[in-house]
Design a protein around this ligand. Sequence first.
Ligand code: PNW
Length: 488
Amino acid sequence: MSVSETRPFPTDFLFGAATAAYQIEGAAFEDGRTASIWDAFARVPGAVINADNGDVACDHYHRYRDDVALMQRLGLQTYRFSTSWSRVRPDGGAVNPAGLDFYKRLVDELREADIIPWLTLYHWDMPQALEEKGGWTSRETADRFAEYALSVHDALGDRVDIWTTLNEPWCSSFLGYTAGVHAPGRQSVTDGVLAAHHLLLGHGTVVRELRARDAELELGITLNLTVAEPVDPADPADVDAARRIDGQFNRWFLDPIFRGEYPGDILGDLVTVDAAARAALDAAILPGDLETIATPIDSLGVNYYHGEFVGGHEAPNPPRPGEAPTDREGRSPFPSHEGIFWHERGLPRTSMNWEVQPEGLTILLERVWEEYARPAGTTLYVTENGAAYDDVVTMSESGPRVHDEERREFVRMHLGAVLDAIAAGVDVRGYFYWSLLDNYEWAWGYEKRFGIVRVDYDTQERTVKDSGLEYGRIIAARALDPESAARR
Ligand code: PNW
C-alpha cells in the first residue's frame, strides 16, 4: 500500500504506545509485591522459551523516569500501561501503599510530560494466591478484582481519567485455562469457559462501581479481535469454519458486553463438543450477571495483530505449523476446533509467524463499529497493533541503530488502514503501537521483540529504532506523508 498524497489524522486523534506491568517492570519481589500467576508459570519447566521470567524485564520499575523522557522524545500523546495486582494487593489481600506509590510516581511523571495516562487494571498478572483458591474459574475472583480496582481508583482516581478493566480476556481464559500455553497453564474447556464468564463479570462489576463513583471517567475494555475469512465463501464447510472462529474469538466477548447475551450458535457448538463444560457455564451464569456484564462502556479497545484464513477441508498447503506456542502439542484454545483448518494465502509473516494483513484492521473496525459500537454509542481505539521482527543492531558514529524497515512499513500500513476506516465513517479516536519497548513476550520470553525502542537486556540501554523515529515523525506531522516513505 503506497501513499501518494499526505493523509492527515483528525485533530483529536491520539497517538500512543502500550506496555504491560509484568512485561516491563521487573522488581518482581520489591516493595511488598508477591508472586503472580506469571511468576509461577515462568518457573514451570518447559512453559516459557529459555525459562525466561519477568524478574528484571526492562527494569522499568527503576527506570520509569527515563522511559517517560523517551516517550516525550517520540512525541507520544498517551501511554497505555497496566497496574500489577500483586503489587497493589499482594496475595490478593490487603492494600500495599508502597505498590500504589510506584503508580502515583509514574502517573505524575507522565502528566508532567503532558502524556495522558491510560490505565489497564488487568493485563494477566493475577496474584498466585488467588489462583490457588480457584483463580478465574472461581466467582469470588471477580469480587476480589473489583476490590483491587477500587483500591487503584482510591489512589489514582484524582489523576487518571481513562480506565480499561481487562486486556484481552480471550487470552486469559482460553490460552491460560484451556490451551494451557499461558499462565496459569490449565488445560480444560470447562475452566476456560468459566474463566471467561468470571472475567466478564469482573469487568462489568468494575465498570458499574467506577461509574457510580465518578460519572466523568472514560471506561472501557480491550479485546483482541480477528477477521475470520473463509477459504471459499461459496463452500458451506469453509463458511462454517469461519463462523466458529469468529464466534469463539470475537462474539464470545462482544455479544455479552454489547448485547447482554452469549452467542447462541456458539453455546450450541459447546454442548456438542463438551456437554459438561456447557452445563458448568449454564450453572455459573446467575440471574443479573449478563446485565452486569452489559453495563454500558464509553470506549472499546481493539487489539489487532492478524486475521485467520480458515476452511472446513484439510489444507493442501498448510502454513508452517507448530511455530507459535499456541500450536504447541496441538493444544487448541478453541473449545470447538475439530474440522477447522488454517490455510496459507501467501501474505508476508512476522517473526511470530503471524500474517501481515493491514486491510484486516479496516475490515475489523468497520464491522465492530456497525454491529456493536455505533448502536451502543461507544467509540473505538486501537489499543494494540504491532509486530515482532528479528532486529539487527548496527554501530554508527552516533551510537547503535536498528534499521527495522519491516516494522516501519508495518506501522505505516496499519495507520493507513485506520485512516481508511475513519474515511468510511468509523469513529476511531486513537492508535497505540505495541509495544513501546522490547519486552517479555510471555511464553516466548525475551526472544521476540515488538518494540519501537530496542532494549539491550545486558545493559538495559534503550535505542530508538528506525520505526520509532518514523512513528515520531508521523506524530509530529499528524499525517502519513508520502515523503517520509522516501526518507530512509
Ligand atoms: C497481546 N494470540 O497478546 C498482548 O496484549 C500483549 O501483552 C502481547 O505482548 C502482544 O499481544 C503480542 O503478542 C496476544 O495467540 C498473545 O492470538 C497471543 C495472541 C494474541 C494476543
